[in-house]
Design a protein around this ligand. Structure first.
Ligand code: FES
Length: 97
């Protein structure tokens, strides 16, 4: 193994568990996928993809907390992400980047 020193230096790398359930939804997985897509599309209009990346994730181990998101480099976790709260998260990314 060798370190890739030419890899992009991301300002934010956001992982969205697209396998999470949401207590408000009967068919959960598409809901989490929709949230990831909305987040990706919104942030793509605001940031260069080389600076902010939104990645689909498998289980993050917090399954009972609704749709989970973790943001690096600060390793900040967000739970119960929803279409109502995603605007607040986007605002967090804008102000913390
Ligand atoms: S399925 Fe999303 S954290 Fe486990």
């Amino acid at each position: 193994m060798k370190e890739n020193k030419e890899a992009p230096r991301l300002k934010k790398h956001i992982f969205v568990c697209t396998r999470c359930t949401n207590y408000k939804q009967a068919d959960n997985q598409p809901y989490a996928e929709e949230l990831r897509t909305e987040l990706y599309e919104e942030l793509s209009t605001k940031f260069d993809r080389a600076e902010v990346k939104v990645t689909k994730s498998g289980c993050l181990g917090q399954c009972k907390e609704g749709v989970n998101v973790v943001c690096y480099p600060e390793a900040k976790w967000f739970k119960n992400m929803s279409k109502e709260t995603i605007r607040d998260f986007i605002q967090y990314i804008k102000t913390s980047t």
